[in-house]
Design a protein around this ligand. Structure first.
Ligand code: AQP
Length: 328
């Protein structure tokens, strides 16, 4: 039986953090054998916020290197750069013409990102979900492994695909969200009421995958908790819950085991234990990233091969959509 196909992407907008890793990338890696995999560095999405052009190019290749270091295996997965395939923005235009304004207006990420980027609230930022829908639908994806913050965008992708199929004829597969049970929404260490984000300000907000062991330990020691002292999984206590979830996903221990482990311990000891499992999990990734950073030619070759492999599928879907709406 043919394997189901998954598609997902990540923006080269800054250093990848623990939220990106646990919400998305780790699951891409862990399920590579189960699916036919298409992963993409979504650099066209990145220009919806202000980027330095030279830096953006560098960050695009660095992020690809980081994905390989995290364990994306090019024998099992296709990895490419979004802007290498012209059909992404081309299909986004056709989808744009089929997404009701009311639905696009409801997207909470636009509201959040436009308030953070008040000086550059552009049409592309508003239109981001249409390009994301095109990314997914072009490859007839069965599933989309993402963090919880992308759930609303994915719902829009499904809606526009169903509407298009209904109005013009069968064209797109309807994708399912694949959101992990734990780690789907890693919160900021400094403020556990907001999701960990690449672009958030503050030295103690995010654990980046390239942070040194000393930095990781320092950030966890400073993580915001609360004035209770019971170390238990209680979602209403966001800071402690966030740290426990990070510990849970890296140790694979049950919640009961973890609560027992910390039953007679204080926050100080608990935070050090969380830091230690993260440091150990990131160590091989950091070593591999360092090794790969001397192999820029190899990374470019992998990305080119990935794009060449998936391009025919993107072209076929786009041609079909174009034909169905009456474009010659
Ligand atoms: N805090 C998070 N917890 C779990 N998953 C997360 N993701 C992002 N933040 C968290 C998931 O990471 C994947 C790639 O995200 P992205 O780079 O495309 O964009 P984003 O969601 O906008 O991520 P950031 O880090 O917050 O970037 P900026 O600051 O540039 O906006 C997605 O699957 C996402 O769900």
């Amino acid at each position: 039986m043919a394997k189901k196909r998954v598609f997902s992407g990540i923006q080269p907008t800054g250093q990848i953090h623990l939220g990106n890793y646990l919400g998305a990338v780790k699951n891409w890696v862990d399920s590579q054998d189960e699916y036919e995999n298409i992963f993409c560095v979504v650099n066209s999405h990145a220009i919806t916020t202000t980027q330095d052009p030279k830096e953006l190019k560098e960050k695009t290749y660095e992020l690809a290197g980081m994905l390989l270091a995290c364990g994306i295996d090019v024998e099992k997965s296709n990895l490419f750069i979004q802007s290498e395939i012209d059909e992404h923005p081309a299909l986004a235009w056709i989808l744009d013409c089929n997404i009701p304004m009311g639905e696009m207006n409801r997207m909470t990420q636009f509201k959040d990102k436009s308030s953070k980027n008040a000086k550059n609230v552009n049409v592309g930022l508003f239109n981001y979900p249409a390009l994301m829908a095109a990314d997914i639908l072009l490859y007839q994806s069965d599933g989309v492994p993402v963090g919880e913050d992308q759930k609303q965008h994915l719902e829009l992708s499904r809606n526009v695909a169903m509407k298009f199929n209904r109005d013009f004829g069968e064209c797109f597969k309807i994708p399912e969200p694949l959101i992990p049970k734990v780690g789907a929404r890693v919160m900021g260490l400094d403020d556990p009421s907001v999701k960990m984000s690449k672009s958030a300000k503050g030295n103690n907000h995010a654990i980046f995958l390239l942070d040194s062991p000393e930095e990781i330990l320092k950030k966890f020691k400073k993580a915001t908790t609360d004035s209770h002292n019971a170390i238990i999984f209680d979602e209403t206590r966001a800071g402690v819950y966030n740290l426990l979830s990070i510990y849970e996903v890296f140790t694979h221990k049950s919640r009961e085991m973890i609560e027992n482990e910390f039953a007679h311990k204080g926050y100080g000891e608990f935070k050090i234990a969380v830091a230690e499992v993260v440091i150990e999990a990131l160590r091989p990734i950091q070593e591999e990233y360092l090794r790969l950073s001397t192999e820029k030619g190899y990374i470019q070759k992998v990305l080119r091969a990935g794009a060449d492999k998936v391009r025919p599928l993107a072209k076929a879907t786009y041609q079909k959509a174009k034909d169905l709406v009456g474009l010659v």
